[in-house]
Design a protein around this ligand. Structure first.
Ligand code: ADP
Ligand code: MG
Length: 630
């Protein structure tokens, strides 16, 4: 090995800068970011950005900030020279973007950089020029107060870097994003950005956040934004967040700022996604611009060379605060929030007195009632009964239905599915435990107060009128899923199990076997009674009462093929398998009862997979649809 490699020596200044540049100056967009941050740190309220040749030809940033004296110019280009920090304690209260004193010398080590500036106090402006780390001249120049930095031939001396750049269009797009990202944080500053001869951004100062966003995001997104505003223990959260229905499969419209600094942060990301959980499909991402403010001492900004990450002292407080703030904003703006008044103060409730109310509320109670042999409806067969029996999937037909029937009769939501079998020609269910002691529920002839049921469309959507001027469509399957899910969650600790008179077997593939072992405790907790007969064979002896054998088989197959990871996933799948299907005809009473039940469920706007349960139109929306108003 060459001896030179063995001798320790201090690297030449320029090499140090080039190495630092490796971290700080990744691409043209990083240069734009650093220069723009410097302008904002210098108190500018007007900044102009110009790009040529996708930033490799020229990046020019001009501001009207406080400027630099002739003597300060070479210092600004010296590594670890900064005006923003004098002791390590300052880091704790850092309000500026920069503090490392690395950006300008790094950029100058990989480009031709010329900085021209005029400070408030000096009578004339000066420039200073550096080419690939070597000073290249200085002197007086003409300009008004502020600073102009021109960067040319970026990476011309580090061809390796050039190879990592993407297409010109992509690099330009990243530069534009950097500018808009900072423009969203500084509404008090005017920004203008030009790419070649094209003006890509023009933000006037004093705009509000929504107007700035409207210039960046498409109307379909910005029209669905609602404000977020909350506070907790000295932490504040504000900004705008897109309602779940505008969720998109792209993650790049989720912008976080911490104390005004754009950051990427997994705690914040998790908190937002958590707040959206159950309101949005898992492949979709929320759209949001969120500003978190906290005492500067509560975070560390010095953990990333480009300062795009921070570290929080109390991550769990940050998480709770953000998730709560976002969830609250979503709840307030939810489509059924407007319905809350009438739904939550309905009278008289269908819920019944002591003992029965908790477990078999409203709708379920009603269904129990109609499937009881001593009911006034006894013997009345359902008009669509035969139809429905045929409609059941094949596996359903094979289900060990006989032993299962009793449970159908005394389990509320189950009655939905089992309804076709409440056939007077069959023996009445043998088991009517507890139920018979309960007071007879009155039949719901009305749904929640203020809500009028108008009918069913496409065998799937319940059409409702709320108050005088709201039209509501409710997806019956999604609504019922939500009802079942809420109940499973509520009863998680005391799930029941129904032994099967005719246990069934499932053959398992080895991958299914592994999945089964992982989910075994959860499945038992749900009410499945299972036995591993021998490797590759599962014997199922008991089920959650909500399911038929056919549904259970389908459910287990799906679970074991690897789609479920936790209890919530299992509940969601179980709810889906057991809920009334799209295409099932509902009688008016059933529909009303479903609405009533649904109106009390938690998170009722979205089904457990995140699909919307309802869509609403108020008078204004309808007027828009009919072009009576704009
Ligand atoms: P940092 O921003 O971390 O201090 P930089 O290398 O980005 O490091 O800048 C070095 C110094 O140059 C800054 O501390 C500041 O004093 C000065 N400076 C840079 N850009 C500007 C500008 N646009 N206006 C006024 N001063 C500037
Ligand atoms: Mg800086």
């Amino acid at each position: 090995m060459d001896n030179a490699f063995r001798t320790i020596r201090v690297l030449p200044k320029n090499l140090q800068n080039q190495i630092a540049a490796g971290e700080v100056v990744e691409r043209p967009a990083s240069v734009v970011k650093e220069l723009l941050e410097n302008s904002l740190d210098a108190g500018a309220d007007r900044v102009q950005i110009t790009l040529d040749g996708a930033g490799q030809g020229l990046i020019l940033i001009q501001d009207n900030g406080r400027g630099l004296d002739a003597a300060e110019l070479p210092l600004a280009l010296t590594r670890h020279a900064t005006s923003k920090l004098s002791s390590i304690k300052d880091l704790e209260t850092m309000a500026s973007f920069g503090f490392r004193g690395e950006a300008l010398p790094s950029i100058a080590s990989v480009s031709r950089l010329r900085i021209s500036s005029k400070s408030q106090d000096s009578p004339e402006a000066h420039y200073y020029e550096v080419a690939f780390g070597q000073s290249h001249g200085q002197g007086p120049t003409a300009m008004t107060q502020g600073t102009r930095v021109e960067v040319r031939d970026l990476f011309a001396n580090v061809p390796a870097r050039l190879k990592f750049l993407k297409t010109q269009a992509t690099e330009v797009k990243r530069c534009e994003e950097v500018v808009s990202r900072l423009a969203l944080a500084r509404l008090d500053v005017a920004f203008k950005m030009q790419v070649g001869t094209r003006t890509v951004h023009r933000f006037v100062s004093g705009q509000d956040l929504a107007s700035r966003l409207a210039a960046i995001w498409p109307p379909a997104v910005t029209q669905g934004l609602v404000p977020v505003q909350s506070e907790m223990q000295g932490y504040g959260l504000s900004g705008l967040i897109g309602l779940p229905h505008i969720g998109q499969a792209r993650p790049d419209r989720l912008l976080f700022y911490v104390n005004g600094r754009p950051v990427q942060d997994r705690v914040l990301l998790r908190a937002v996604r958590d707040a959206f959980k159950g309101r949005m499909l898992s492949r979709e991402y929320p759209q949001a611009v969120l500003f978190l403010t906290l005492p500067p001492a509560e975070m560390d900004v010095n953990v990333h060379p480009a300062k795009s990450e921070v570290r929080f002292r109390d991550e769990s407080l940050v998480f709770t605060m953000v998730r709560h703030g976002v969830a609250q904003a979503l709840d307030t703006a939810s489509p059924s929030a407007r319905m809350t008044v009438s739904l939550d103060h309905q009278a008289p409730p269908l819920r019944h007195v002591a003992g029965s109310g908790e477990k078999f509320p409203g709708y379920g109670q009603y269904l129990v009632e109609i499937s009881r042999p001593d009911n006034t409806r006894e013997g009345q067969s359902w008009p669509d009964q035969d139809q429905e029996d045929q409609d059941q999937p094949e596996s359903y037909g094979q289900a060990a239905s006989a032993p299962h029937e009793p449970t159908a009769a005394h389990h509320p939501e189950e009655a939905y599915r089992a309804r076709p079998r409440a056939d007077s020609s069959r023996p009445a269910p043998q088991t009517e435990p507890a139920q018979s002691e309960r007071p007879k529920p009155s039949r719901p002839t009305q749904g929640p107060k203020g809500l009028e049921y108008l009918g069913q469309v496409a065998g799937t959507y319940l059409v409702l009128r709320l108050g005088n001027d709201q039209l509501v469509l409710l997806d019956q399957h999604a609504a019922h899923e939500r009802v079942l899910f809420a109940r499973m969650r509520r009863e998680a600790k005391r799930a029941q199990s129904q032994p099967l008179a005719m246990p069934f077997e499932l053959n398992l593939h080895s991958s299914e076997q592994a999945k089964l072992s992982a989910l075994w405790p959860d499945l038992m907790g749900l009410g499945f009674q299972m036995q591993s007969a021998r490797p590759g064979l599962l014997l199922v002896r008991g089920l959650p009462p909500i399911m038929s054998s056919g549904q259970a088989k389908e459910f287990l197959r799906e679970v074991l093929s690897g789609q479920a990871r936790n209890m919530e996933d299992l509940w969601a799948m179980m709810a889906c398998k057991s809920a009334v299907k799209a295409g099932d005809n509902l009688a008016k009473d059933e529909a009303l009862a479903l609405v009533e039940q649904w109106s009390k469920a938690e998170d009722r706007d979205y089904c457990p997979h995140g699909r919307p349960v309802l869509v609403t139109w108020d008078k204004k929306d309808l007027e828009k649809l009919f072009k009576r108003r704009k």
